[in-house]
Ligand binder design. Structure first.
Ligand SMILES: Cc1ncc(COP(=O)(O)O)c(C=O)c1O
Length: 374
């Protein structure tokens, strides 16, 4: 069996043709494909505005520049990729790590309790972990009852819905961000996007993406003004051509991911392997995460990873708690009381899930896991 990673892109001949066509066109960057991709994202997510950028991390950075002020306290989750809370630090704001709920998402009830007693908190950064959306009713409650900014990190969840509210729609948030890294639900190689329903935020983001520069119709064609400290976080037309081709296939990709999740769930019924949450047809299943109580077994988690690697299966850890990272510890983080995250970190790991994972590979993963965890 050749190596089976936990995630992988699906690139087909039409994707390649779309990229080649753009390579032959007049614009490799700042051309028509960027706008076309942004419009496709708006159409897919129901958001009013979209700004495509160079990756999910720069999307988070720009979002933080727009939403936060230095020293603002921002409630966030330890169970995410580093970039979510790094973006809070980029703008000299202060992450406040709280615990996760049983499904691996930030515990919004705990966030509410904290918001009730601490009116200096200025924002909430949540992540739809694994593609399983945050409870949108609770998010609405938070938006309606507390005067804070809300960001949804939807890097895992393009295509997911919560009671038909689409991830990325910003129905109850100020900003949502997406990532198009190859393991994500669609890819542009590297790439990201920010969605919002606020025209004011949209216009700021457009400017910040390109050096804080402004060009208006009343200016001469060669004139420009810098009115804020921005960046070059542009995405290319080449990448957007790939994104346009990919987003057309997102629904079929999602169906395959969900079918694999269903198959895993069935295979692990009545075993020591517990899916992180019951099958959720609305989850985008960017990750398929399971929990195993290794205390009850003779094999450790580390040994399981090693053995599976020897058998050419790449299990993954999503995630090492961000607040426990060495850099975060130098900033004084790491002593937060997060019992659910602690248990999760001991028990959780991710199995391969991506549209091109074959039935044989799925069976191979299942059989080897069950054999090692007997
Ligand atoms: C939850 C989350 N947010 C943000 C990012 C950053 O995205 P990118 O890798 O495109 O910079 C990632 C990427 O892995 C992620 O998983």
């Amino acid at each position: 069996m050749k190596f089976i990673p936990y995630g992988k892109q699906t690139i087909e001949s039409d994707d390649i043709e779309a990229v080649v066509e753009t390579l032959k066109s007049d614009f490799l960057t700042t051309g028509p494909k960027v706008k076309e991709f942004e419009e496709a994202i708006c159409k897919y997510t129901d958001a009013k505005y979209c700004v495509a950028v160079s990756n999910g991390t720069t999307a988070l950075h720009l979002a933080s520049v727009v939403l936060l002020q230095p020293n603002d306290k921002v409630i966030t989750t330890p169970n995410s990729f580093l970039a979510t809370s790094n973006s809070i630090l980029y703008v000299n704001a202060k992450p406040v790590f709280i615990d996760i709920a049983e499904d691996g998402n930030i515990d919004l009830d705990q966030a509410i309790e904290l918001l009730k007693i601490d009116n200096t908190i200025k924002a909430l950064y949540g992540v739809h972990f694994s593609g399983n959306p945050l409870n949108q009713e609770t998010l609405k409650y938070i938006r309606d009852n507390f005067n804070i900014k809300i960001l949804e990190d939807s890097a895992h969840s393009l295509g997911a819905t919560f009671n038909n509210i689409k991830a990325g729609s910003c129905e109850f948030s100020d900003i949502s961000i997406l990532s198009f890294h190859p393991v994500k639900n669609i890819t542009t190689g590297e790439g990201g996007a920010i969605t919002t329903n606020s025209k004011e935020i949209y216009e700021k983001l457009l400017m910040l993406r390109t050096h804080g520069m402004l060009k208006t119709t009343d200016m001469k064609p060669w004139e420009y003004q810098m009115i804020d400290l921005g960046f070059n976080y542009r995405i290319t037309d080449i990448q957007c051509a790939l994104g346009i081709s990919q987003i057309k296939k997102l629904d079929s990709f999602l169906e395959k991911r969900r079918n694999i999740a269903l198959k895993y769930n069935l295979a692990f019924k009545n075993t020591v392997i517990k899916p992180l949450y019951e099958f959720n047809p609305e989850s985008a299943y960017h990750l398929y995460v399971v929990l195993v109580d290794f205390n009850k077994l003779s094999i450790s988690k580390e040994e399981l990873f090693t053995q599976m690697r020897k058998r050419n299966v790449g299990l993954q850890l999503h995630y090492i708690p961000i607040n426990q990272q060495p850099y975060y510890k130098t900033l004084g983080f790491g002593n937060e009381i997060t019992p659910n995250m602690d248990i999760f970190y001991k028990q959780a790991f991710s199995l391969p899930v991506y549209p091109l994972l074959t039935e044989d590979e799925q069976i191979y993963v299942i059989n080897n896991l069950l054999e090692l965890l007997k």
